[in-house]
Design a protein around this ligand. Structure first.
Ligand SMILES: Nc1nc2c(c(=O)[nH]1)N[C@H]1C(S)=C(S)[C@@H](COP(=O)(O)O)O[C@H]1N2
Ligand SMILES: [Mo]
Length: 323
């Protein structure tokens, strides 16, 4: 999919790591509640049939800055989402080699990175998925070793990482070092303490699927455009896709007009949308874009506040001047 490169105008590919770049010994150990523990190298993974998937990853802290009061955490403004082509082997095939035991419930993924974190002197980056999800061929989770046709770069998790489609980026564990099958539900720091929605009015929830969201990529906020027809363009994505519709509002009043939506180029990749705006009135104009997905989810007008500021998918509002 050559056009992946063209997405660069939206933003350089994001890098988000909780710790310093780790050393990795080049092996991936699969153990725990399995009948046949195995250790694989990059060559072993490359010897298995490769698959390639275009996947959009968004950091769950994307857009945190627009929440009031400002939540704690990395102050992501608007740029923590991107799409790349990932090559690797299906996770279910890697798991099948080790033969999970009957009665196993969770699969624990350990990254090679570690360091001080809140009350911990030294903690590793660890995340889990249920065995049902991890071993489901249709979930299309990858152990990926290439990004856009190049060996994975150190920042992005070399030599190999998990790519978990539809979920926020945190579920795509980089510098993957161990996969352990567990007969107990896993309760790690990075899924039960951080990466939790701490709602004010209902029970806390784990951060899982990406929430539906549209972004305007053109025009840029605060730009000046000439009187005439201007094609507004953007991207829309969701963890419960595909996107069903994108609407724009041009007055600040919430009079929603249907945008043209391109079909998905792949099931896990953002979709392009556009709207031909007859920008005939000089002056300042407010533009909004709102997506609705196949599951009927749409975007709120105001971010839904949670203490750690995750999953902000409020409608984007920009203004431009027509001259
Ligand atoms: N081992 C490890 N994997 C990790 C992280 C991390 O800190 N350590 N950060 C996660 C988060 S929060 C995000 S958003 C994505 C970002 O992936 P990228 O840096 O390749 O864009 O990696 C995820 N995988
Ligand atoms: Mo993230």
């Amino acid at each position: 999919v050559a056009e992946i490169e063209d997405y660069a105008p939206m933003m350089a590919y994001l890098v988000r790591s909780n710790f310093a770049l780790p050393a990795h010994d080049g092996t991936l150990a699969i153990g725990g509640a399995v009948r046949k523990p195995v250790t694989l190298t990059l060559d072993d993974l490359r010897a298995m049939p490769a698959v390639e998937r275009a996947v959009t990853l968004e950091c769950a802290g994307n857009g945190r800055l627009t929440q009031t009061p400002l939540p704690v955490g990395e102050p992501w403004g608007e740029y923590a989402v991107s799409t790349a082509r990932w090559t690797g082997v299906p996770l279910y095939q890697v798991l099948a080699q080790a033969q999970p035991e009957a009665g196993a419930v969770d699969v624990i993924f350990t990254g090679a990175d570690h360091g001080p974190y809140y009350q911990y002197e030294d903690i590793r980056f660890v995340r889990s998925l249920t065995l049902t999800h991890a071993a489901d061929p249709t979930a299309e989770i990858l152990v990926a070793y290439e990004m856009n046709g190049e060996p994975l770069r150190p920042d992005h998790g070399a030599p190999f990482r998990l790519i978990t489609p539809r979920w926020y980026g945190v579920a795509s564990v980089k510098w993957l070092q161990r996969i352990d099958v567990s007969t107990e539900p896993y309760q790690g720091e990075f899924e039960t303490s951080h990466y939790m929605y701490e709602w004010t009015d209902r029970p806390h929830e784990r951060v899982t699927l990406m929430r539906v969201r549209a972004r305007i990529t053109d025009p840029a906020p605060r730009s000046v455009i000439p009187v005439g027809t201007y094609t507004i363009r953007g991207k829309a994505w969701t963890g419960t896709g595909p996107i069903h519709k994108v609407e724009v509002s041009l007055t600040g009043e919430g009079d929603w007009l249907r945008a043209r939506l391109e079909p998905s180029a792949s099931p896990y990749q953002w979709q392009d949308w556009s709207f031909a705006w007859h920008a005939v009135d000089p002056g300042r104009h407010t533009l909004r874009a709102r997506a609705t997905d196949a599951a009927g989810n749409t975007q709120p007008d105001i971010p839904i506040w949670n203490r750690l500021g995750y999953g902000n998918n409020a409608v984007e509002v920009i203004y431009v001047d027509v001259l």
